[in-house]
Ligand binder design. Sequence first.
Ligand SMILES: Cc1cc2nc3c(=O)[nH]c(=O)nc-3n(C[C@H](O)[C@H](O)[C@H](O)COP(=O)(O)O)c2cc1C
Length: 159
Amino acid sequence: MKAAIIFSSSHGTTEKVAKQIQHELGNENAHIFNLKSIKSIDLSLFDTLIIGGSIHAGQMQGKVKRFCNKNLVDLLQKRVGLFMVGMNEPEFETEFSNAFPELLRKHAITSKCVGGEFLFEKMNFIEKLIVKKVSGIRQNVSKIDESKISELALDIKGK
Ligand SMILES: Cc1cc2nc3c(=O)[nH]c(=O)nc-3n(C[C@H](O)[C@H](O)[C@H](O)COP(=O)(O)O)c2cc1C
């Protein structure tokens, strides 16, 4: 297997999850690409693509959406895993449906919502206000679902 884990992250949680997936797949089998710093990826080098990002105000990171839409035809020729990082569990299904194109969601061999974190020291003033108002949470909280990350890695390894 030659896998690429492609992600975008605002405060580092999706990056943390991407590194955990890489570790579970075996570092030698999986390369990591942060869409914030990478302009283009040679997808022909990989048979497996794992794509993920976080949700802010109900929406997936724009960089992830653009990557999926731009490369959709290529992605449909590969083994694909999708993951989403977020904190509003009741909305996960809707957020996930809006996050990735329908064709890609249907094509993916595994899809996981892996929870997320609120890291107040990394938020700007407005973000802090929004999170406190909408969630009522005022302190750092980590709700990363390790079992979902392991399930994703197992699905990728097993199929
Ligand atoms: C301003 C703000 C808005 C957010 N809005 C949502 C949301 O609408 N739905 C959700 O599931 N999570 C929401 N979250 C939670 C983030 O998805 C969570 O903090 C995630 O761990 C961020 O990952 P990142 O650091 O990789 O960007 C929000 C977080 C912030 C700071």
